[in-house]
Ligand binder design. Structure first.
Ligand code: PMP
Ligand code: GLU
Length: 397
């Protein structure tokens, strides 16, 4: 059958595809070290599971409102006030099946054919694909490692056209771990306000931020900027709830209502009993989040040191999320373990074949000299993976 329409050219998410390949190799008995998965290795905290079990047992197994249960919307409103100092009404909240689904819905309701969305590179792999699926056009603006991968206002200004509708911000960033300071956001906000550019602010890694830094949302900059911002967040990363599928948007009530209508004609509600687990996660003691973050922080320091000690590799210290994004471009053009390596795909393929280490190429993140490693896995796995990468690079000819 012929595939037609906007999604005909959609590619598999490379992050999910590589993680699935590593899992399949492990299931077939191969000793694969996977540093590819963008998901915390911790179990979901028990109190969240218990709240969900209680909801299941009390019969919360029916459809709920398409844009989510009022009880979870209220918990999200409290969370946004407590953690971000942002006040919203429940009419400004729509809950979806993961933040990826939230982003997808937003692009669907916000973009017309050919509308431009500015996406700072390196970017998370799904933004350009989702924008394309909605008929929009991704306009990439490069950021530099020297600038901590933070978007500067002049670089943003240069990309504006009369078709520019939105800017996507992602702080802390997947894949760079870059974090925007309040002053960085103020500088970007000035350009957005001057030009009436909306911001889709993906804050899914909000709680995974290190070295005593605090997370800021561009919506905090001013009431005017809050009007222009759609804050996207979810439970996956902070509470180790990746498989549960809960994400949400806070912002303009008309946009939120449109997301609700789109959901009512497509997926309907996020799983009803899961939403009760989501309430517990946001409302109860947040100690579990701090514990997971402390563990990620130890791994972060270890993996950065190890990577920087490898020949031809430079790695900036990420300030947030749970990824490192080293530059390995000096190895392109060489032969590694017998395979000619010309780009990040070859590098990752050769590493998986020869050393059985799964990592993600930088190219789909818009940065081919780089590769992405996740440290959301145990220290033992990280050590083993880095030992193997060291052997791989030692074979360079
Ligand atoms: N945004 C970014 C930057 C991500 O890395 C992820 C991870 N999948 C998501 C959004 C979506 O997360 P989820 O759909 O699990 O809520
Ligand atoms: N966001 C994670 C990652 O980048 C999970 C995979 C995905 O949703 O693409 O690895």
């Amino acid at each position: 059958m012929e595939l037609r329409g906007r999604a005909a050219s959609i590619t598999d998410s490379p992050t999910l595809a590589i993680t699935a390949k590593a899992k399949a190799m492990q299931a077939a008995g191969e000793d694969v070290v996977s540093l590819s998965a963008g998901e915390p290795d911790f179990d979901t905290p028990d109190f969240i599971k218990q709240a969900t079990i209680d909801a299941l047992q009390s019969g919360e197994t029916k459809y709920s409102p398409a844009s989510g249960l009022p009880v979870l919307k209220n918990a999200i409103v409290r969370k946004l006030k407590r953690d971000n100092g942002l006040s919203y009404d429940t009419k400004q909240i729509a809950i979806s099946s993961g933040a990826k689904h939230t982003l997808y819905n937003l692009f669907q309701v916000l973009l017309g054919e050919g509308d431009e969305v500015i996406v700072p590179a390196p970017y998370w792999v799904s933004y350009p694909e989702q924008i394309g699926c909605a008929g929009g056009k991704t306009v990439v603006v490069n950021t530099s490692e020297a600038d901590g991968f933070v978007l500067r206002p002049d670089a943003l200004r240069e990309k504006l056209t009369d078709r520019t509708r939105f800017l996507v911000l992602n702080s802390p960033s997947n894949p760079t771990g870059g974090v925007y300071e309040k002053s960085d956001l103020e500088a970007v906000a000035e350009v957005c306000l001057e030009n009436n550019i909306g911001v889709i602010s993906d804050e899914i890694y909000e709680h995974l931020i290190y070295g005593g830094r605090t997370h800021h949302s561009i919506a905090e900059v001013s009431p005017e900027m809050k009007e222009l911002t759609l804050v996207v967040n979810g439970h996956s990363k902070a509470y180790s709830m990746t498989g549960w599928r809960l994400g949400y948007v806070a912002g303009n009530a008309d946009v939120v209502a449109a997301v609700g209508r789109l959901q009512s004609q497509s997926t309907s509600n996020p799983v009803t009993f899961v939403q009760y687990g989501g309430v517990a996660a946001l409302d109860k003691d947040q100690q579990c989040v701090l514990e997971m973050r402390a563990e990620f922080d130890k791994r972060r320091m270890y993996i950065v040191d190890r990577l920087n000690s490898l020949p031809g590799v430079t790695c900036a210290t990420p300030l947030g999320a749970f990824y490192v994004f080293p530059n390995v471009g000096s190895h392109y053009g060489k032969t590694l373990g017998g395979a000619k390596v010309k780009d990040s795909f070859d590098f990752c393929d050769a590493l998986l074949k020869q050393q059985k280490v799964a990592i993600v190429p930088g190219e789909p993140f818009g940065a081919d000299p780089h590769v992405r490693l996740s440290y959301a896995t145990s220290m033992a796995v990280i050590e083993k993976g880095l030992d193997r990468i060291a052997s791989f690079l030692a074979s360079a000819e």
